[in-house]
Design a protein around this ligand. Structure first.
Ligand code: NAP
Length: 324
């Protein structure tokens, strides 16, 4: 028998809070990052029931955790327990990564929140497709937390238009208005390169428009979906265990060469992706996004940059693991 020497009194502690956590794959990624970077650290899932969020946060501070990830349903609820948040987290209105910063003199600790989902998605999308969003027409299926982060990031990447299609129309409308508001404020902020957002305006010419369609099959939705360059699924439809469901009908007439990006990574090939592929589209799942948001969180906690060589090797192994 070999002794397991991996954890000791100097091990850096990190983890994930959320509920449910039974199917999380983040520990595989984060613990592999610790070992491949040669850092004595560990990442553990910590299932927290709703009424215990405050206790959980205080506990993590008391145990000297370096930081933690936050997932459903706490990405917004965590905000009230933080001392500060990054500009990006403020912009996206949600936090998925928290670093606990200890003041060596007083022994007190501060909690600073980040959002790495948006950057993780943009990074993965560029890497996997080789294209950027600038000048592209995008359709966003969904208007929940993930759709919000992705829509705002894509808008700031200077997409030509974004059409948000959601089951609950009021949420799509709200997200469209909010995104247009952000673009408008950026346009008037002297620190931002104004030319980069020329063309964006609120009102009838707004690039962000919404379509309400309970089955995503209305004429307006169909038209928007067919004429766009990139379709993103940020709904939960098609996610395990409902892998037989798809936000679009089975025989949806995708245009050849459209890019269909499904934020879902379990299953690794969703029904939406299979139908899109059959019609000659490029179909990508959300595992790249998951990978890069996790890497960015690790870099924040450990104050390091993961070298490209490790990233490439690890991402190959991680994708294989997700494909089962
Ligand atoms: P959320 O905030 O709960 O939003 C869920 C969205 O799905 C809403 O737009 C909701 O529409 C829609 N929806 C749910 N059930 C539906 C149904 N039966 N028919 C039509 N629309 C339905 O969840 P979220 O955190 O944004 O997560 C959304 C997806 O993103 C999930 O599949 C999750 O796996 C994925 N995700 C991936 C990553 C990654 O790293 N790859 C990270 C986070 C999330 P209503 O507004 O009408 O309720």
């Amino acid at each position: 028998m070999r002794l397991d020497m991996r954890v000791n009194g100097k091990t850096k502690l990190t983890g994930l809070i959320g509920d449910p956590l039974e199917h999380t794959v983040s520990p595989v990624l984060q613990n592999s990052l610790f070992s491949s970077m040669g850092i004595n650290g560990i990442y553990i899932p910590l299932k927290v029931p709703g009424e215990r969020l405050r206790d959980a946060v205080n506990g993590l501070k008391a145990y000297g955790f370096k930081g933690f990830n936050v997932t459903i349903p706490y990405k917004r609820a965590i905000l009230k327990y933080l001392d500060e948040i990054s500009e990006e987290a403020e912009l996206l209105g949600a936090v998925n990564t928290v670093i606990i910063i200890e003041d060596k003199l007083t022994g007190d600790s501060r909690l600073r929140g980040y959002n790495t989902d948006g950057d993780g998605f943009i990074h993965a999308f560029h890497k996997q497709t080789g294209i950027t969003f600038a000048g592209r027409k995008v359709c966003m299926l969904g208007a929940g937390g993930t759709a919000r982060a992705l829509t705002i990031k894509i808008a700031l990447e200077k997409a030509e238009s974004i059409c948000i299609i959601n089951r609950t129309g009021s949420k799509a409308q709200e997200l469209a208005e909010e995104t247009n508001g952000i673009l408008e404020r950026r346009r008037h902020c002297s620190k931002i390169d104004v030319s980069s957002i020329t063309g964006y305006a609120t009102g009838s010419n707004a690039p962000i428009r919404t379509v309400t369609a309970s089955d995503f099959g209305s004429t307006e939705a169909l038209h928007a979906l067919q004429e766009c360059d990139i379709i993103i699924n940020a709904t939960a439809v098609g996610m395990y265990p409902d892998s037989n469901a798809s936000p679009l009908q089975d025989n949806f007439p995708f245009r050849r060469n459209q890019i269909v990006y499904d934020a879902i990574y379990n299953p690794s090939e969703t029904k939406l992706m299979s139908s899109a592929r059959l019609r000659g589209c490029i179909a990508i799942n959300g595992s790249g996004m998951l990978f890069y948001q996790g890497v960015k969180a690790f870099e924040i906690w450990m104050d390091t940059i993961v070298p490209e060589k490790i990233l490439n090797e690890l991402s190959n192994e991680f994708m294989k693991h997700l494909q089962g």
